[in-house]
Design a protein around this ligand. Structure first.
Ligand code: NDP
Ligand code: GDR
Length: 378
């Protein structure tokens, strides 16, 4: 026999499943979530457990506690049959991802792990590219390396930051991308490598192009949570003033719990497709500020302009909000306003929580959290 062309020799780890093995594999409901310790990861884990899935999550080794959002899901595996399991790992470590995929044998993989802060991405551009762009490739390739590309369904956490500079509004699946940050550019790679693996290898792989979504579990350095926590702390006398950057940026803000439902729906369709999830409304940062303080009895009015602008309480005259230019970004995304028509039509998805209810829930939750900071470390 002549030696086979080297290009025809399968990769060492690749084991092709037979059709019978594929059918058996797909009968299970096993999810793997990267970024499970984040806002979305925690809501998604809850949703999938409630639907009967076994849920595995990838967590990063940290010297401090990073699983506070998952506290309510943890069960002692010595006492219960655990359907929830955490694995140490990192999107920068291919070997580790292959090991996790091969041992978990997931039916659905949700890639939510990311350096997700847009402003930080300007300071850590290379790292953001490594995790958010190449990390997506590593996870897709880990699935292929294990020979599971025909049996695993893959969700990629894409973002409205892909739209960046305004080309048209409202933004839909057809709107051209124009990212405005290292984060947006890295996520653009993640978007296209997901499309590419779908087309090249027949993988069931989807992009959810999600507009901003928030909750009491939102990280504290994102603007909505920064505002809700500061409003609570100011009300309780723990903080004097809130310092913010661009007050005029507009965002399409929904509730994270609604959005993780959309992620799951995307993986339950006949064919893999990409979907926008959004509310279809847009609001400026300053409106979020006004509404948040209003819930605690303050009436914010504005005076001055640019970096001298400040927000004061009309009743007392006390200045509660100031602009600090350190929070401005080298390039800003001025306006995000999504069109969720495709998801509403094909997935039957619709956001349930409106803007006013979202602001109220976050402020009231932070008022409680600020009163009991030890129990509420999110
Ligand atoms: P968070 O910042 O709350 O969570 C990010 C998660 O990624 C955390 O679990 C974090 O772990 C993990 N992570 C960070 N770096 C790595 C790494 N190198 N390897 C493995 N895991 C890592 O984000 P959200 O929950 O808000 O968002 C989830 C995903 O959706 C992200 O990819 C984000 O970019 C994207 N997205 C979010 C939107 C939003 O409005 N929330 C909108 C559109 C997209 P740790 O806890 O250890 O830091
Ligand atoms: P964003 O969220 O950049 O849209 O990315 P963020 O809440 O950080 O900013 C929203 C807007 O508020 C303006 N802003 C400030 N932002 C922060 N963080 N801190 C401030 O003090 C401040 N003052 C004004 C910002 O300039 C911006 O215009 C989020 C992340 O979750 C991404 O991972 C996700 O992809 C997108 O949403 C969709």
């Amino acid at each position: 026999m002549p030696p086979a062309d080297i290009a025809d020799v399968p990769a060492p780890f690749t084991t092709k499943l037979t059709p019978e093995q594929m059918a058996e594999y797909r009968k299970r409901k096993v999810a793997l979530i990267s970024g499970i310790t984040g806002q979305d990861g925690s809501y998604l884990a809850e949703l999938l457990l409630s639907k009967g899935y076994t849920v595995h999550g990838i967590i990063r080794r940290s010297s401090s506690f990073n699983t506070s959002r998952l506290n309510n899901l943890y069960v002692d595996q010595h006492e219960h049959e655990a359907r929830f399991k955490l694995h140490y790992g990192d999107l920068t470590d291919s070997t580790n991802l292959v090991y996790i995929i091969s041992s978990v044998r997931p039916t659905e993989v949700y890639n939510l792990g990311a350096q997700s802060h847009v402003k930080v991405s300007f300071e850590m551009a290379e790292y953001t590219g490594d995790v958010d762009a190449l990390g997506t490739l590593r996870l897709l390739d880990a699935i292929r390396t294990c020979g599971f590309e025909k049996v695993v369904r893959f969700y990629q956490a894409s973002t409205s930051e892909l739209y960046g500079k305004v080309v048209e509004t409202p933004q839909s699946e057809k709107t051209p991308f124009y990212p405005r940050s290292p984060y947006g550019v890295a996520k653009m790679y993640g978007f296209w490598i997901t499309v590419n693996y779908r087309e090249a290898y027949g993988m069931y792989a989807c992009n959810g192009i999600l507009f901003n979504h928030e909750s009491p579990r939102r990280g504290r350095t994102f603007v909505t949570r920064k505002i809700s926590r500061a409003a609570a702390d100011i009300h309780l006398g723990k903080q004097k003033c809130l310092y913010l950057g661009n007050l005029d940026a507009k965002r399409d803000w929904g509730h994270a719990r609604d959005y993780v439902e959309g992620m799951w729906l995307m993986l339950q369709q006949e064919q893999p497709e990409d979907f926008v999830l959004a509310t279809g409304e847009t609001h400026p940062v300053r409106e979020y500020v006004e509404k948040a303080f209003k819930h605690l009895g303050y009436d914010i009015k504005w005076r001055g302009s640019g970096t001298d602008e400040e927000g004061y309480d009309e009743k007392t005259g006390r200045v509660l909000v100031k602009v600090d230019e350190q929070y401005f970004r080298p390039a800003e995304v001025d306006l995000l306003h999504g069109n969720p028509a495709k998801a509403e039509r094909l997935l039957g998805w619709k956001r349930k929580v409106d803007f006013d209810s979202l602001v109220k829930e976050m402020v009231l939750a932070d008022l409680e959290a600020s009163k009991n900071p030890i129990e509420n470390q999110n």
